[in-house]
Design a protein around this ligand. Structure first.
Ligand code: NAP
Length: 367
């Protein structure tokens, strides 16, 4: 058996999603039948206090003991992102800060020579994403937005079926997708705070849109043509960010439209995505970030439910894809290429323009 390619990770930010991601990369790859790549957690940084970095490592004491494939010594804590970026042992950084920080932190990471996996939404606007992608290419570094759902094996299978010439569900006539939650109604909460890139669209609305991109932007008949976009936005009485968005994506070459909804009030209950096809429908349950099954209903037949098996939270699959790309010297991953992140950001730019949602100077490009 050949030795797996091992990737050394530095984690930037000690919040909720950094915890979930780190737990997943510490799962032995054998638990998901992966043998070609593995991961080592070498360092973590907090922008606010080194104590938070120490605590973060403590939170993983038990996982680090189980992660037998770990070959390096103790995980190093840092009290600033800059200090971690200066650590020569770190090959790739995971950026788990709020969206308002992604552009600045990714620029610093690229300038420090690190490969990057950055949480969604990638940046605040398409211009910032384009700048990061151009800089990564110039520096010959790998860069990817963490649209983790794309990497679930069952979802890749569904995507292949839908885009196959056999068209098992016939032509798709229309789709409806929704990712809505009941967020804490607080102006200081990340989801409502404009200084943290708040609003439903960038945080949750990105999922209904990315699903449409997986299924239709990539349909061979669409030939990677971006959809036309219309939208309606309700602004929050608390802070003015978008509290509810309805986005209609029109796929001219495919001859149908997708309705994408998101809201910080009134959570999605059951179906998060419905594909209406000529021969049958497909139903995907909430949440669109991590659905646990999908149900196919061919017209006139019984419903057939397909379970989606997810060991851990499921973020390890995107980490495995990053490791494979870096092992091959790829600067972007074919499942989440730069241009698709840019096109999705362009859709969200258009919606925010319609809704008059701006993040002011946080949206500027660095000179
Ligand atoms: N993939 C997913 O399913 C998923 C789910 C949830 C969130 N996310 C994304 O992950 C990012 C973080 O979300 P989260 O839920 O983990 O947020 P969170 O719990 O609030 O954590 C964010 C962390 O970012 C750091 N940070 C850096 N600059 C900051 C600033 N100006 N204000 C506040 N915190 C700052 C802080 O850690 P330090 O003080 O240690 O630096 C903070 O703990 C967002 O972009 C979000 O969209 C993705």
């Amino acid at each position: 058996m050949t030795t797996p390619f091992n990737l050394k990770w530095g984690i930037l930010a000690t919040g909720r999603i950094s915890h979930i991601f780190t737990k997943d990369i510490l799962m032995p790859p054998s638990t998901r039948q992966v043998t070609d790549v593995s991961h080592t957690f070498v360092a973590v940084a907090s922008s606010s206090s080194i104590d938070k970095a120490h605590q973060f490592i403590k939170d993983f004491e038990a996982d680090l003991k189980v992660a037998q494939y770990q070959t390096t010594g103790a995980v190093r804590p840092y009290g600033s992102y800059a200090d971690l970026l200066a650590d020569k042992d770190v090959e790739v950084v995971y950026v788990g800060s709020p969206h308002s920080d992604h552009y600045k932190t990714c620029l610093a990471a690229l300038r420090a020579g690190k490969h990057i996996l950055c949480e969604k939404a990638f940046t605040l606007n398409a211009a910032q994403t384009e700048h990061l992608c151009a800089l990564a290419k110039e520096k010959k570094l790998f860069l990817m937005e963490a649209q983790w759902t794309r990497f679930f094996p069952s979802i890749l299978d569904l995507q292949t079926q839908l885009n196959s010439p056999q068209m098992p569900f016939g032509r798709i006539y229309r789709t409806f997708a929704d990712f809505s939650i009941q967020a804490p109604a607080s102006a200081a909460h990340r989801l409502y705070d404009p200084k943290q890139g708040g609003g439903a669209l960038l945080d949750l609305g990105v999922y209904p849109i990315l699903w449409c991109f997986i299924l239709f932007y990539r349909n061979p008949e669409n030939t990677l043509t971006p959809p036309s976009v219309t939208a309606s936005v309700v602004n929050s009485p608390l802070t003015g960010v978008d509290e509810q968005d309805t986005v209609v994506l029109k796929w001219d070459k495919l001859g149908f439209q997708s309705t994408c909804c998101t809201s910080l009030v009134g959570r999605t209950e059951e179906w998060a995505l419905i594909l209406y096809g000529e021969k049958g429908n497909v139903y995907i349950p909430h949440p669109l970030s991590r659905p646990s099954s999908y149900t196919v209903h061919m017209h006139g037949e019984a419903h057939v439910k397909h379970q989606i098996h997810i060991p851990g939270q499921g973020m390890h699959w995107e980490a495995d894809a990053v490791a494979r790309s870096i092992s091959k010297g790829e600067l972007e991953n074919p499942i989440m290429p730069h241009q698709e992140s840019i096109e999705i950001m362009k859709v969200m730019d258009k919606v925010r323009k319609i809704g008059n949602v701006s993040y002011g100077e946080l949206e500027d490009l660095e000179k």
